[in-house]
Ligand binder design. Structure first.
Ligand code: AMP
Length: 405
C-alpha cells in the first residue's frame, strides 16, 4: 500500500477529520426518515473504532444525495447521527451545519474517544468547487485527515481533495485501503485466466474501462444493454433493443482490438425478448428466448441473456482464477428479467478457487440478494470510482493522500 493509512497514524489526544461515505438510502417512516440500507455506515466502523481506540476524537463529514449547494431537509445527515450512535453504542452529537459557530463549538467540546457528525457538506456550493477557504473551515482544528469514502474519491471536492492537501497528515481509512488493495493490487497482476463480466446499460459509459481491461483480461463476457450495440456492429438485427448507433464504430474497434490482442470477447448467443417493457411499473409483456445465433425480430426488445448464454458464461466463470464483475446482464430491476444476472452471481460464488471482485451497484445487489455476499472475495463500495480507477484514471481523493515514507 503506497499511501499512508490509519494504521500508520498516532493520533492520541488529537482531533481527526474523517471523510466518510454516509450517502445512504433514506425512506419515510412515522418516526421520521429511516435508513433502509446501512451497509455504507457499517463498512466504515472498523476505521472509526480503530481511531477511537488510538485515543483521538473524530469529526465526521459526508455528502448525502445531490442537494445542489443549499440545505434541503431530505438530504440531512441527522438520522445518520442517531443510527451511528446506536451502532457504536455511544452518543454521536450532530452539527446542523458543517461549518460555522455551532460546528466550531461542538468540535471544541470534543474529548478523546468522542465523535461529532457534521451536516451534509454539499449544502454549501464551495464543497463541489473544491474551495480551499471552505476546506480550511471544514478541517477546523483537526490537522489529521482520513479519507474512507472510496465512492467519492473520483470527485475533486473540498472534503475529498482540498482538505487532504491542507492537513498535516492525510491517510486512507481501512475501507479505502481495502479498495485500493483489491482494485489496484489484485488486478494489477491478476492470477490467470483473468475473466471480466461487463454488463449494464451503455457501451458509452464503459468504453474507457473496456479499453483498459482489453490490455489485461484473457476473457471478457458482455451482457446487458451494451451487448446490442456490439451485435449491431457485427451486422446483426437487434429489434427495438437498447442501442447507441453513434457507438457502433467504437464497438467495431473494440471487437477488432480484442481479436488483435487475443482476448476472447464473448457476446450473448441467445436473448430473452419482450414486446413491451414498463420500467416504472416493473413489468414486461410475456417474453420468449431467441434461438442461439438467431437475430432479434422487429418489434422485440432484448431484456436479459438467455439460458444457453448463461450456461456458456457459467462454464467460463468456473475456470477463471481472477473474476471482475461490473454491471447487470439484463433489466435486473424487473424480476422476470433478472435470471441472467442471478445466474452470474451463482456462477461467481460457485468458483471458490478464484479471487472474485464485484463492483457497481446492480451486480453488488444481485450477489447480496442471491445470498452470495460472503462467497465472493471483495465487494467494492464505489461504482463510478471503481470504474475510473480500473480505467487507470487518477482519483483526486486518492492522489491527495500522502505517500508512505
Ligand atoms: P449501468 O449503470 O451502466 O451498470 O447500467 C445498469 C442498468 O442497465 C440497469 O438499470 C439495467 O436495468 C440496465 N440494463 C441492463 N440490461 C438492459 C437491457 N437489455 N436493456 C435496457 N437496459 C438494460
Amino acid at each position: 500500500m503506497p499511501k499512508l493509512t490509519v494504521q500508520d497514524l498516532q493520533p492520541k489526544g488529537r482531533q481527526v477529520f474523517v471523510r466518510v461515505d454516509f450517502n445512504v438510502p433514506l425512506e419515510p417512516s412515522p418516526e421520521g426518515p429511516r435508513i433502509s440500507d446501512d451497509t455504507r455506515i457499517q463498512e466504515t466502523l472498523p476505521t472509526l473504532k480503530l481511531l477511537l481506540e488510538k485515543g483521538s476524537s473524530l469529526v465526521l463529514a459526508s455528502h448525502l444525495g445531490r442537494p445542489k449547494g443549499k440545505p434541503e431537509e431530505k438530504y440531512s445527515l441527522k438520522p445518520v447521527a442517531a443510527h451511528l450512535g446506536k451502532l457504536l453504542n455511544c452518543p454521536v452529537p450532530f452539527a446542523s451545519d458543517c461549518v460555522g459557530p455551532q460546528a466550531d463549538q461542538a468540535r471544541a467540546a470534543l474529548k478523546p474517544g468522542e465523535i461529532l457528525l457534521l451536516e451534509n457538506v454539499r449544502f454549501h456550493p464551495d464543497e463541489e468547487k473544491n474551495d480551499a477557504e471552505f476546506a480550511k473551515k471544514l478541517l477546523g482544528t483537526a490537522n489529521i485527515y482520513v479519507n474512507d469514502a472510496f465512492g467519492s474519491a473520483h470527485r475533486a471536492h473540498a472534503s475529498t481533495e482540498a482538505c487532504a492537501k491542507l492537513a498535516s497528515q492525510a491517510a486512507a481509512g481501512l475501507l479505502m485501503a481495502k479498495e485500493l488493495r483489491y482494485l489496484g493490487g489484485e488486478l494489477s497482476d491478476p492470477k490467470r485466466p483473468f475473466l471480466v463480466i461487463l454488463g449494464g446499460a451503455k457501451v458509452g459509459d464503459k468504453i474507457g474501462v473496456l479499453r483498459a481491461l482489453l490490455q489485461k483480461a484473457n476473457t471478457i463476457l458482455i451482457g446487458g444493454g451494451m451487448s446490442y450495440t456490439f451485435r449491431l456492429a457485427q451486422g446483426r438485427k437487434i429489434g427495438t433493443s437498447l442501442c447507441e448507433p453513434d457507438k457502433v464504430d467504437l464497438a467495431k474497434a473494440i471487437l477488432a482490438e480484442a481479436g488483435q490482442r487475443g482476448v476472447r470477447l464473448l457476446l450473448p448467443e441467445d436473448t430473452l425478448i419482450v414486446q413491451e417493457l414498463d420500467f416504472a411499473g416493473r413489468k414486461v409483456s410475456p417474453g420468449k428466448f431467441t434461438k442461439p445465433g438467431e437475430d432479434i425480430p422487429d418489434g422485440w426488445e432484448g431484456v436479459d441473456i438467455g439460458p444457453k448464454t448463461q450456461e456458456t458464461y457459467a462454464k467460463e466463470i468456473s475456470s477463471a482464477a481472477t473474476i471482475l464483475w461490473n454491471g447487470p446482464m439484463g433489466v435486473f430491476e424487473i424480476p422476470a428479467c433478472a435470471e441472467g444476472t442471478f445466474a452470474m452471481a451463482k456462477a461467481v460464488a460457485a468458483n471458490q478457487r478464484a479471487v472474485s471482485i464485484i463492483g457497481g451497484g446492480d451486480s453488488v445487489k444481485a450477489v447480496k440478494k442471491a445470498g452470495f455476499g460472503e462467497k465472493v472475495t471483495f465487494i467494492s463500495t464505489g461504482g463510478g470510482a471503481s470504474l475510473e480507477f480500473l480505467e487507470g484514471k487518477v482519483l483526486p481523493g486518492v492522489a491527495a493522500l500522502q505517500d508512505r515514507p
